[in-house]
Design a binder for this molecule. Structure first.
Ligand code: AMP
Length: 534
């Protein structure tokens, strides 16, 4: 065990860490900080929640402060690229906290808000700039920013960058960075396509890895309830109402596959008296910020999110992650459940699996090497569900969601659009062939396209993680929902300089007994990890 004070960080940084209440470095910090202090490039394989922001921020701030320089107009000394606005804002906030006793300025730029104000803020230059790729290139194209003074470059969440279709912008950024710089490259997974991307940024890197590739966080209890799509809303509502009432749920993140699906879940929860907010790409930045703030402060206990919007949400105390729909790209599952059990806390992930989602479940279990424990429906589910003020979900609604998403995706283009909108919300009334893998324009299934865009190639099967099924096949079969689907309810240059060739333009019950409970969470009759632990 080492302490921050052993790692050679400057005193003002140690003071800032003390103010935050951090005494011991996390494993990625212990591994990365000494190498980064020496100026080495780094290839980091780590999920969010492992403390990687501090791992790259602390030694970088140390090095910038040790070598003070006057600021250059419209320039920065350190550039951090992040895939989403939320993550960018969060990194900037963390870095401001770590830099608070140093004379270093941090700016943050991302899309979805007017560019003019951000451009003006960059005029005097800054020490650290945290940016999303699209807005960064906009600012460069407007000649409001040059990358020629970058000394330290960080590419965070590289796999998500690829998923979002940022490959071309990243290659452009790579060409605009000075050759002489330190580069840090982080990704939660490292399939070949990401490793190849990394080679464009880093040279002779030190490799640090804190969790084996694509294995799920060990401290998360992972459950699955087999249920028809049309009954998922009732199940979610009952689980949330019960968990919030008996305080077994502190904060819950609910993942839906589509943006319209997220809005629908929020509306239905509101009707049942559960305060929830949605966060996804159709929301304005102000709405996203307000939702995140409410969730962080605790006034909104349930946040319903799509995969892309949720990436990087760092809110401590997320006790539960609900997968209202299973992701068609299994790596997304790892990222989703990584929102809970952050910084050493325990968490619970509960997935709702409709009959046509079973292939996705198999993919997830194969990738993670973990067999999800089946959680039966709550006692009296049918009666409790019938009492909820839920409209009968018409099969047509799911089709409608899927059509809207496809329309949005066509407007947006890019692999992420296919990945998120490819399959629609599922739906009790739809047959399996329809829902699994609609055809993309080039004839391949959309699932296949989403997967390819996500990972470039399939990562190696994970080495670790217990394969454990306490109930065996019999038990699993016994918890299948049997009610029919229809039943109720349910160019890097400053202004003026144009280089040639460049275009412008929880449940605090004891460990092992963490099932949502209460009504709707009526204690399951079957054996689960509770039995295992006892
Ligand atoms: P990250 O992986 O950077 O998103 O960090 C996850 C969470 O852990 C954030 O809330 C950090 O503020 C927190 N954190 C980072 N380093 C430490 C540490 N050494 N001790 C306790 N918490 C930490």
């Amino acid at each position: 065990m080492s302490y921050f004070s052993d790692l050679g960080l400057a005193e003002p940084l140690l003071r800032a860490l003390e103010a935050k209440g951090y005494s011991d470095p996390t494993p990625i910090q212990t591994q990365a900080i000494p190498a980064l202090l020496q100026g080495r490039d780094i290839l980091g394989i780590a999920q969010t929640g492992t403390g990687k922001t501090a791992a790259f921020s602390l030694p970088s701030l140390h090095r910038l402060a040790a070598n003070p320089k006057a600021r250059n107009n419209a320039a920065c000394r350190m550039l951090v690229l992040s895939p989403t606005r939320e993550l960018a804002a969060q990194i900037a906030e963390n870095m401001r906290g770590y830099a608070k006793y140093l004379n270093l300025s941090v700016q943050c730029v991302f899309g979805g808000v007017p560019v003019g104000k951000q451009a003006r803020a960059l005029v005097p230059g800054c020490d650290i700039l945290v940016a999303t790729p699209g807005r960064l290139l906009d600012l460069i194209d407007q000649r409001a920013l040059t990358l020629r003074h970058v000394e330290i470059f960080v590419l965070d969440e590289a796999d998500q960058m690829m998923d979002l279709g940022f490959i071309v912008p990243l290659k452009r950024v790579a060409n605009l960075l000075p050759k002489d710089r330190q580069s840090l490259f982080f990704s939660a997974t490292m399939p070949k396509a990401i490793a190849d991307l990394g080679k464009q940024f880093i040279s002779n890197p030190v490799r640090v890895e804190v969790t084996p590739q694509a294995t799920t966080a060990e401290r998360i209890e992972q459950w699955v309830t087999f249920i028809n799509q049309s009954e998922k809303q009732a199940l979610l509502t009952l689980r949330l109402k019960a968990g919030l009432a008996d305080n077994s749920i502190d904060r819950a993140l609910v993942f839906t596959r589509t943006k319209h699906g997220a809005d629908r879940v929020v509306r239905h929860l509101a009707t049942a008296g559960v305060n929830a907010a949605a966060i996804h790409g159709n929301k304005s930045q102000a709405q996203r910020t307000a939702a995140l703030l409410g969730f962080r402060k605790g006034s909104i206990p349930v946040l319903v999110a799509t995969d892309i919007a949720a990436r990087g949400i760092d809110v401590s105390g997320v006790s539960h992650v609900f997968n209202f729909e299973l992701p068609n790209v299994p790596e997304q599952y790892v990222h989703r459940i990584g929102r809970t059990a952050r910084a050493g806390a325990d968490g619970i992930a509960l997935s709702f699996c409709a009959p046509d989602e079973k292939p996705y479940l198999r993919d997830i279990e194969r990738l993670t090497g973990v067999k999800l424990d089946p959680m039966p429906l709550p006692e009296n589910f049918q009666q409790e569900a019938a009492r909820l003020p839920l409209p009968v979900r018409k099969p047509a609604e799911a089709e409608q969601d899927a059509r809207r998403e496809a329309r949005d995706a066509r407007g947006r283009g890019g692999p992420a659009a296919r990945g998120q909108g490819g399959r629609g919300a599922g739906g009790g009334g739809r047959n399996n062939n329809q829902s699994r893998g609609g055809q993309g324009r080039d004839g391949r299934s959309r699932d296949a396209q989403a997967r390819e865009s996500y990972r470039g190639e399939r990562p190696a099967a994970p080495q670790r993680g217990p394969v454990f099924n306490p109930l065996g096949n019999e038990g699993r079969g016994a918890v299948e929902a049997t009610r029919p689907a229809t039943a109720r309810p349910a160019g890097d240059r400053p202004r003026g300089e144009r280089p040639q060739g460049e275009r412008s333009g929880g449940d605090r019950r004891p460990q092992g007994d963490r099932r949502p409970r209460g009504n709707g969470g009526g204690r399951p009759q079957q054996r689960g990890p509770a039995a295992r632990a006892n």
